[in-house]
Design a protein around this ligand. Structure first.
Ligand SMILES: Cc1cc2nc3c(=O)[nH]c(=O)nc-3n(C[C@H](O)[C@H](O)[C@H](O)COP(=O)(O)OP(=O)(O)OC[C@H]3O[C@@H](n4cnc5c(N)ncnc54)[C@H](O)[C@@H]3O)c2cc1C
Length: 399
């Protein structure tokens, strides 16, 4: 627990450090950091400098332990740091799946050697991770996965296919669910493995979308030898580790995983004023739109505050819980509404291939990635409300 004077001293320390270390060019143009965080994007010199300075300080992952390259801050110090970064217009350049979901999961389930090896490069933003969970026959019903890992002494021989693997073509490592054993239920016998993407037998095929972009891939594994030291958690007990990781994923994606999407829609009020026009009282001339905009802004603000509280609670307690499913669905609805309003108020300009239109389209996937909205509703019904299963027979357990 840090008391108020200590927190104030920390605020001054953070403010001074940010003043001294945030390169000028980024202060003038913070969105260049968000742009550089897109997989495969060019990395301006000052973004690299900013990433290395923040990484060395540990403040890219402020609450992770200092021993592994984190900032070692308390939840309230981290929240002060967030405020100070917003104040100076600094965007955290250290992110991705390693920070959002794999790192926190490894910190909980990894052994000391795994932590020493894998956490510091994530904390410094040096290595990228991808998620090998979904397969062609295993999405919502993830426990049906078929990728096999045969025991070969010190290693597993891994063969199978993953799909929708975000950023696999840029990733150094993949955290993967594989089947090592047969168990009484399909949830038993699944193991959680870390696979080096440079291993012989790994083949990545980017899926090209109608936009020409390839945010995700098909990833093939053929006789890939993976050291047993790369097993996270107990052999055959990977389902528990995976469920924990999905809670981290859902908590994070509830606020939107795309820094660009968030930045481009943050000033919806300004966008409305410039496109729709204002009256003598500086109010939007379209009363109906004004009313819906106000309702939306209230919803968005309520969600942001609830999310901040849930995040602080989960940092102070034992991490996220099944309530992450509520936050994922609620956040997705707020973002979808904002994207609809944005396109509506842009009028004819909303018909062009603009960043806003791309954000609106991209936003549709938020209700699917990390487990669909329907699956979150199932989790909320069963695990939070305690409602019975929809069928009398044993249905497939949702991810
Ligand atoms: C942008 C994006 C990025 C992704 N990135 C990754 C990644 O990096 N790694 C990875 O492993 N996966 C990734 N995924 C895959 C994602 O996890 C799956 O798409 C998701 O879990 C749904 O699985 P599915 O596509 O097989 O759909 P299906 O499981 O076939 O579902 C189809 C429809 O049926 C509904 N449905 C299914 N079962 C039930 C049920 N029991 N009750 C009610 N409705 C149900 C679903 O809600 C959905 O609407 C990504 C997906 C997207 C969109």
């Amino acid at each position: 627990m840090v008391d108020a004077p200590e927190l104030e001293a920390f605020r001054l320390e953070a403010r001074g450090w940010l003043q001294a270390n945030l390169p000028e060019s980024i202060r003038d143009n913070p969105s260049q950091v968000a742009l550089a965080m897109v997989d495969g994007a060019p990395q301006p010199k000052d973004v690299l400098l900013w990433r290395s300075r923040l990484g060395a300080r540990g403040w890219g992952v402020p609450t992770w332990p200092t021993r592994y390259g984190g900032g070692g801050l308390t939840a309230s110090q981290a929240s002060v740091l967030k405020d100070e970064m917003a104040r100076i217009g600094a965007i955290n350049p250290i992110g991705g799946l390693g920070v959002m979901m794999f790192g926190p999961t490894l910190l909980e389930y990894g052994n000391p050697e795994q932590l020493e090896r894998h956490i510091p490069p994530i904390a410094k933003g040096q290595l990228r991770w991808c998620q090998g969970f979904s397969e062609p026959g295993a999405g919502s019903d993830l426990a049906s996965l078929q990728m096999t890992a045969l025991d070969e002494g010190d290693s597993f021989r891994v063969t199978g296919q993953k799909v929708w693997t975000t950023g696999a073509q840029h990733a150094h490592w993949c955290f993967c669910l594989v089947r090592t054993d047969k168990g009484p239920s399909k949830h038993d016998g699944i193991s959680f493995l870390m696979i080096d993407m440079a291993s012989p037998g790994v083949e990545v095929r980017p899926i090209i979308l109608i936009s020409g972009e390839s945010p995700f891939c098909e990833t093939f594994f053929t006789d890939v030898l993976v050291p047993k030291a790369n097993l996270v958690g107990p052999r055959g007990g990977g389902w528990q580790v995976a469920k924990r990781l999905l809670q981290h994923e859902r908590q994070n994606t509830s606020v939107g995983s795309s820094p660009i999407g968030v930045a481009s829609t943050a000033n919806i009020g300004d966008l409305a004023r410039s496109h729709v026009g204002v009256d003598a009282d500086n109010q939007l001339v379209d009363r109906d739109l004004r009313h819906r905009m106000a309702e939306h802004q209230m919803q968005a603000r309520t969600f942001a505050l609830t999310h901040a509280r849930a995040e602080a609670e989960s940092r102070a307690n034992s991490g996220p819980s099944n309530t992450a499913s509520i936050m994922k669905n609620a956040g997705g609805q707020v973002r979808a509404e904002r994207a609809e309003l944005t396109i509506e108020l842009m009028g004819n300009e909303g018909l062009y291939w603009s960043e806003e239109v791309r954000g609106w389209l991209r936003g549709k996937s938020g209700a699917i990635a990390g487990g669909s909205a329907e699956i979150q509703n199932n989790i909320i019904a069963k695990r939070i409300l305690g409602l019975p299963d929809a069928t009398d027979t044993q249905p497939p357990k949702a991810r």
